[in-house]
Design a protein around this ligand. Structure first.
Ligand code: NAD
Ligand code: UDP
Length: 314
């Protein structure tokens, strides 16, 4: 039995990860400051004697004996990460320093949840790991993008200087049950709007693209990455190469929900990337043939069922 620390464990991805790790017979410590996380997401785990919940902010040091650390603490939706940009940078940078310091001290393996945002508004398409990205260092997304880029640098340098066993994954847009209705990201916004027959808010002309990955595919990639040999650090892209425009996403969600919503067009936020698609060749090679198996309509159907229950108070 391994003892595993999950920072950001009460968030959307973190709560699924805690559940999966417990299911595989690990002892799990979930650390969260509940900024975007909710106790509701992990309530069903609290009775498990191998699950512990710690209210703690990752910007402050924390000492605990663990074998593995998944560092997920950081708000992921633009609305939330732009709410207090300085705090977002501190979370990524000081959080990485604190967790890497812990990993060094207790000789734990540590995985960083990095992001496709390190590629910024990419001029290379699809994005492979050797692309350095196109990020505006002073734009409204920079608190998140540059925080995550600095965290990658910290991980690589803790490995080079201190031999810490590190893993970096670059996660592409991921969705699924346990997202919050007010999360602000596109999939949850469109589903909630469609279910309530409210206007669907398309930012810009809706022709920008994203590649959407269902959460269970991400978890599989994450867990496989953690299990790789120490010589493989990544970064490695974890995402679904299926690429869609926001107009296509809206129309699929309207069809699946039978919604009477209308589309409205709002200004495109500054620095919003025009296109994004992961090249997953490296993940396939290094993660035992890993690839995403849940198609968009199947994942959306499950996510719609979750939001339908949540909104109707079931
Ligand atoms: P989320 O907002 O649901 O979860 C983030 C969690 O971190 C929340 O529980 C929040 O309360 C916690 N947190 C935030 N700041 C903290 C702090 N200072 N100390 C302790 N806890 C803190 O987002 P998510 O979608 O579950 O994302 C999880 C991780 O994956 C994030 O690091 C995010 O950057 C990364 N990621 C997610 C996606 C995606 O599409 N979901 C894409 C790329 C990267
Ligand atoms: N978006 C949109 N309507 C919304 C929310 C987002 O059209 O209500 C767009 C947003 O401008 C972006 C895309 O959807 O082009 C994905 O946005 P999200 O915040 O989900 O992810 P990110 O931009 O961080 O990839």
């Amino acid at each position: 039995m391994k003892r595993v620390l999950v920072t950001g464990g009460a968030g959307f991805v973190g709560s699924h990860l805690c559940e999966r790790l417990l299911g595989e017979g690990n002892e799990v410590i979930c650390m969260d400051n509940f900024f975007t996380g909710k106790k509701r997401k992990i309530l069903h785990l609290l009775d498990n004697p191998y699950f512990e919940l710690i209210r703690h902010d990752v910007t402050m040091p924390y000492f605990i004996e663990v074998d593995e650390i998944y560092n997920l603490a950081c708000p992921a939706s633009p609305v939330h990460y732009q709410y207090n940009p300085i705090k977002t940078i501190k979370t990524s940078v000081m959080g990485a320093i604190n967790m890497l310091g812990l990993a060094k001290r207790v000789k734990a393996k540590i995985l960083q949840a990095s992001t496709s945002e390190v590629y910024g508004d990419p001029t290379v398409h699809p994005q492979s790991e050797d692309y350095w990205g196109h990020v505006n260092p002073i734009g409204i997304r920079s608190c998140y993008d540059e925080g995550k880029r600095c965290a990658e640098s910290l991980f690589i340098n803790y490995r080079a200087q201190n031999n810490v066993r590190i893993k970096i994954i670059r996660i592409f847009n991921t969705y699924g049950p346990r997202m919050e209705p007010d999360d602000g990201r596109v999939v949850s916004n469109f589903i909630v709007q469609a279910l309530q027959n409210r206007d669907i808010t398309i930012f810009g002309d809706g022709r920008q693209t994203r590649s959407f990955q269902y959460v269970t595919d991400l978890l599989e990639g994450m867990v496989r990455m953690m299990a790789t040999d120490d010589d493989f650090t990544g970064p490695v892209n974890i995402g679904n190469p299926g690429e869609f425009t926001m107009l296509e996403l809206a129309s699929t969600i309207m069809e699946l929900t039978g919604s009477r919503s209308k589309l409205i067009f709002l200004p495109l936020p500054a620095d919003d990337p025009m296109q994004r698609q992961p090249d997953i060749t490296l993940a396939r090679e290094r993660l035992d043939g890993w690839y995403p198996v849940v198609p968009l309509t199947e994942g959306l159907t499950k996510t719609i069922a979750y939001f339908d229950d949540l909104l109707s108070g079931k």
